[in-house]
Design a protein around this ligand. Structure first.
Ligand code: FMN
Length: 186
């Protein structure tokens, strides 16, 4: 796929199905992540890959997070959170593994670098004709979930990337006018 096609046409896909991508494709996605810009070359990245029964394990962690946040959660809410992780054959948690009190690189720059890694992964998936969607929601900011995933200190989940074969039609791309966003000082 041409880079300009990739950059201008990437789209999120909420409906994903199929099998876990093959090992070469996964390696390509991770290598793309590892090309993210990174002030100080401190590699503030951690990825956890959930597939097969690992997705159910993640769903149980989400469930425990929900019950800690809201012990009154009804059965529908409980089932919903458990099923969330079955929406794609692959989920990758992208985590900013933060070096605290770094002399040159504040936490926000490390989180931004992890976000750039996540976007590289989205583009890499699209380049391989896979669908993907970047999700967060309450589970990404839940202390119980984050503790069970082994986050420490200022570490943050920047997103859960759901990846798989596209099911259904692509939603239309929005049209934005550059002029609405760009100021030119010359
Ligand atoms: C940090 C971040 C968190 C997001 N969290 C969610 C989410 O929890 N649920 C969701 O439906 N979309 C979420 N999105 C938005 C989608 O990933 C997607 O970008 C949006 O629906 C627009 O679609 P598009 O990427 O095709 O333009 C998030 C995006 C970002 C950057």
């Amino acid at each position: 796929m041409q880079a300009d096609t990739l950059l201008l046409n990437r789209n999120s896909h909420p409906k994903l199905a199929g099998e876990l991508p093959d090992a070469d494709t996964l390696e390509f996605i991770y290598q793309a992540a590892l090309r993210a810009p990174d002030h100080g070359c401190i590699r503030p990245w951690r990825f956890i890959e959930f597939s097969g029964a690992g997705r159910e394990r993640l769903g149980e962690i989400f469930f425990r997070g929900l019950m800690a946040r809201n012990p009154q959660a009804d059965e529908a809410q409980q089932n919903k959170v458990r099923m969330m992780t079955l929406r794609a054959p692959l989920i990758i948690a992208v985590i900013a593994k933060v070096t605290e009190d770094h002399p040159k690189v504040p936490v926000i720059e490390q989180v931004l670098s992890a976000g750039a890694a996540a976007q590289n992964m989205m583009l890499a998936a699209y380049a391989k004709n896979l669908g993907a969607i970047w999700r967060t929601g309450d589970v990404a900011f839940d202390p119980v979930v984050n503790q069970e995933l082994g986050l420490e200190g200022e570490d943050q989940v920047v997103g859960y990337l759901y990846i798989g074969d596209v099911e259904g039609r692509n939603k239309p791309l929005p049209e934005h006018s550059t002029e609405d966003f760009v100021e030119r000082w010359s």
